[in-house]
Ligand binder design. Structure first.
Ligand code: FAD
Ligand code: NAI
Length: 476
């Protein structure tokens, strides 16, 4: 006997578990299947990449390493002295694991609260029938389910360098990079993208000699050029060695470490011997074990599930969301799609605005942006005005002792509508929310400039950048 549900969600990452909750809120009977296992004891560990080996654990380690660096380099400025400062990387990783488990348990609690039936195992399409789609759960909660509607949210996996497998001991993906129990002496990161910079920062702060080898000639090409330039300057000054136009020719794991051969920007052959290499060159959509062929679910040539702008697949009543479909691979994008799809299934008008999805890189300083960059506006021939305000002139940033960076607002030259906001500086991840709200409400830069911002706060820099668009900053 199979169990029938209005909605079966495959995958309990931020896309899947949020879709399941929203569908249950809207009165649907919901099952959610997820195969992730707690590495400690094999227990169900819902939350996907984000919770287990992504957003949450990386932010936990970024926080710990930031505390360490603050204590080492900046506490003295505040008159605080410390003797024998030490880092216990094992304990730091244990704390990270505890934070992850709290989040896994939180999701299991939310499933119960919302009366969602959770199945721990791998979900695999069997066939389509008059009743819906038959899905076999393979694993601890082995069962056959039938869903009138199915939401696929199976996420993504790290991309490997051709011919170089992840052993998670010497050649690491994000999984191994987040689980090092001792601070490596030397580390190479391949790819100066989000993971390269965040994980590179963690281990550099703790004392590793970190080299980041980036294949492209441009640093962070998707980021506003002014912000990317400042970021490269600051990260280099902090001690991250970032090499652009690096072409990897060989990655050879040995007994104790890894040897990496590459040609540098000048075409010269180079070799590095390090303790570990972290490969962070992007991610690929995951449909392993899903058995999409059984029902004729269409994938594109990169393995992502093909969907329209509303997340409908080629099959009736089968939807797909998050990293397994097109668009930025971000947890909040997956969540937004999850809510929108659940609402569409319930006959409502779910919506996701791709133009106002914020991006954040959680380095120190943080980078955060929304909307178009200056180079994109130039390329599109849009007439724009620009206003910039440095944190150096912000009272709160001075009091915090964290004055690197600036807020930059780009607005339409004629209408003054905000077209993009780009921040490098302290708490940029929090400051960007105001910009997203402004753009979602189609605010002008004058609207932001007229809003009363608390003093002293970092957010005053956003107001001042808006004033700068009209060339009338008050504090700079
Ligand atoms: P996932 O989170 O990958 O979840 C998919 C789930 O489906 C997994 O639990 C998997 O086990 C399960 N699954 C797959 N196939 C099956 C099957 N057949 N049956 C049952 N279960 C299955 N994004 C941000 O927005 N902010 C960040 O700070 C951030 N930091 C990151 C840091 C790192 C190191 C990494 C790697 C990623 C980070 N991301 C971040 C990206 C973010 O993790 C992803 O965009 C997000 O997790 C995608 O959500 P998802 O629900 O689509 O897929
Ligand atoms: P990424 O796409 O951010 O960066 C990959 C980098 O590797 C690029 O700069 C690319 O040019 C480079 N590259 C590709 N092939 C290469 C090669 N052979 N040699 C050298 N360099 C090469 O991907 P990343 O950092 O792996 O992250 C994966 C995903 O996870 C991203 O899509 C990101 O959105 C998400 N993520 C988000 C975070 C956040 O929101 N704060 C944090 C971490 C990850």
């Amino acid at each position: 006997m199979s169990k029938e549900f209005d909605v079966v969600v495959i995958g309990a990452g931020p896309g899947g578990y949020i879709a399941a909750i929203r569908a249950a809120q809207l009165g649907k009977t919901v099952a959610c299947i997820d195969e992730w296992k707690d590495p400690k004891n094999g227990a169900a560990a819902p939350g996907g990449t984000c919770t287990n080996v992504g957003c949450i654990p990386s932010k936990a380690l970024l926080q710990s390493s930031e505390h360490y660096e603050q204590a080492k380099l900046h506490f003295g400025d505040h008159g605080i002295s410390l003797k024998d400062l030490k880092i216990d990387a094992g304990k730091m990783v244990d704390r990270k694991n505890a934070v992850v488990r709290q989040n896994n348990d939180g999701i299991l609690y939310l499933f119960k609260k919302n009366k969602i039936s959770f199945f721990h195992g791998r979900g695999s399409f069997v066939k389509a029938s008059a009743a819906g789609y038959e899905i076999k759960v393979i694993g601890k909660d082995a069962e056959t389910l039938v869903g009138k509607t199915v939401i696929v949210a199976t996420g993504s996996n790290p991309r490997a360098l051709p011919g170089v497998e992840f052993d998670e001991k010497l050649v690491l993906s994000n999984t191994g990079a987040l689980d090092l129990k001792a601070v490596p002496k030397k580390l190479v990161l391949v790819g100066a993208g989000v993971i390269g910079l965040e994980m590179g920062s963690v281990w550099r702060r703790l004392g590793s000699e970190v080299t980041v080898l980036e294949g492209m000639p441009t640093f962070l090409p998707a980021v506003d050029e002014q912000v990317a330039k400042e970021a490269l300057k600051v990260f280099t000054k902090q001690g991250l060695k970032i090499e652009l136009s690096a072409k990897i020719s060989e990655v050879k794991p040995g007994k104790k470490g890894v040897s990496i051969a590459y040609t540098d920007a000048k075409g010269a052959a180079q070799k590095l011997d390090v303790d570990h290499v972290i490969v962070s060159i992007g991610r690929v959509a995951n449909t392993i074990g899903l058995n999409p062929e059984a029902v004729g679910l269409k994938l594109d040539d990169r393995g992502a599930i093909v969907v329209d702008d509303q997340c409908r697949t080629n099959l009736p009543n089968v939807w797909a969301i998050g990293d397994v479909v097109r668009g930025p691979m971000l947890a909040h994008k997956a969540e937004e799609e999850g809510v929108a799809v659940a609402e569409r299934i319930a006959g409502q008008h779910g919506h996701v605005n791709f133009n106002t999805i914020p991006f954040v890189i959680y380095t120190s300083p943080e980078l955060a942006w929304v909307g178009q960059t200056e180079q994109e506006l130039k390329k599109a021939g849009v007439a724009y005005k620009s206003g910039t305000f440095p944190f150096l002139a912000n009272g709160r940033a001075r009091a915090m002792g964290d004055t690197t960076g600036f807020v930059k607002i780009l607005a339409d030259a004629k209408t003054d509508e905000v077209l993009g906001v780009h921040i490098i500086g302290p708490m940029a991840s929090e400051l960007i929310a105001e910009a997203v709200m402004a753009m979602e409400f189609k605010a002008s830069s004058e609207d932001i400039a007229r809003i009363c911002h608390a003093h002293p706060s970092l957010s005053e820099s956003t107001k001042e950048a808006a004033l700068a668009v009209d060339k009338r900053t008050l504090n700079f």
